[in-house]
Design a protein around this ligand. Structure first.
Ligand SMILES: [Zn+2]
Length: 97
């Protein structure tokens, strides 16, 4: 955890978040909890916590992120397939009864 938490423009303590975008994978940043358009009076406070990534670190992180996303996609497809099999087996069992 950071030793100093910045105070944002609206007077709240900024919240530490982690970016998982392709441009800034794993980079932590401070942002107001009222950041964004969904608030009536949004606060635009934003500040990076981590120093910029080295080009090598960025390549390694992006490669790992790609693997994670690929595996998550495969797991979702597998789960859907098993659910479909379960539904088909249940229907077949009901038809036989
Ligand atoms: Zn704020």
């Amino acid at each position: 955890m950071p030793e100093v938490i910045p105070v944002c423009y609206c007077g709240n303590l900024a919240k530490l978040n982690t970016s998982w975008s392709n441009d800034n994978p794993g980079m932590r940043f401070f942002r107001c909890k009222k950041f964004g358009n969904r608030f009536r009076k949004p606060c635009q406070f934003f500040s990076w916590f981590d120093p910029p990534l080295t080009p090598h670190s960025r390549i390694v992180l992006l490669g790992l992120l790609k693997k994670v996303r690929t595996l998550e996609g495969a797991r979702k497809r597998e789960r859907r397939t098993w659910l479909l099999v379960l539904v088909i087996v249940t229907v077949l069992l009901f038809l036989k009864a």
